[in-house]
Design a protein around this ligand. Structure first.
Ligand SMILES: C[S@@+](CC[C@H](N)C(=O)[O-])C[C@H]1O[C@@H](n2cnc3c(N)ncnc32)[C@H](O)[C@@H]1O
Length: 207
């Protein structure tokens, strides 16, 4: 190896970790915060975004991780500038900004959504929630769901997934916020199997 090779090797940026390796590393760093040992699979990404079109935006994604749902949203025709993703982890945020430069990637806590409002109050059409809601205290879940519906326009809806047997938003929180939850998909081929729920305002006609 010549001096030239050595300097070239030194100046090369480090290769980005593949999504599964990055996910494993972030899980080891914060197991409860990440809440899963691997990214969601393609069946769950398809179920979370089924039926969405370019008219469903703007979309706010909470907890994008390595961007499995973000990429599915792009494939459904949502333009990148119509997607804002809020991610707590610095490692995921850095990787997402490198791989999806046109998507608005915000490093922050989804529980602060009411202060972030990437598309203004009532400006979003859809919220996609990939957060580990089951490992969060009820007060935080309340702030996340209430912030989401503050961000959503009339008729807007929030989609979320869970590995548990029921909706991870308690009936108490749903009642308090005037929301209805409906299970819209079950993905046995995801590891682990997951259910997808749709949250809407109860008073809205197609709730
Ligand atoms: C179960 S992983 C899901 C990742 C991705 N949506 C997927 O399905 O592969 C949860 C993600 O939420 C992020 N997260 C956890 N708590 C958060 C919070 N309070 N605000 C924003 N992101 C958070 C984690 O860093 C992680 O990326």
């Amino acid at each position: 190896m010549t001096i030239h090779d050595l300097t070239q090797a030194k100046s090369k940026p480090p290769a980005a970790a593949p999504p599964v390796a990055l996910f494993g590393r972030e899980w080891l760093r914060a197991p409860l915060g990440v809440g899963a040992i691997a990214p969601s699979g393609p069946h769950l990404a398809a179920a979370m975004t089924r039926g969405l079109t370019q008219h469903s935006g703007p979309v706010i994604e909470l907890g994008p991780g390595t961007g499995v749902f973000t990429k599915a949203l792009l494939r459904r025709g949502i333009p990148a500038p119509q997607i804002a993703a809020i991610e707590a982890s610095n490692g995921f945020t850095t990787a997402l900004r490198a791989t999806l430069p046109e998507v608005m990637i915000i490093q922050g806590d989804a529980a602060r959504l009411r202060h972030i409002m990437p598309f203004g109050v009532g400006g979003a059409g859809t919220v996609i929630c990939g957060l580990p809601l089951l490992s969060m205290p009820p007060g935080k879940v309340f702030r996340i769901v209430s912030g989401s519906f503050m961000a959503l326009r009339p008729g807007g809806a929030c989609r979320l997934f869970t590995y548990g047997p029921r909706c991870p938003i308690s009936p108490r929180i749903l009642d308090r916020l005037g929301l209805t939850a409906k299970r819209i998909a079950f993905t046995p081929l995801n590891m682990p199997p997951a259910s997808v729920y749709l949250l809407r305002r109860t008073e809205e006609p197609d709730a």
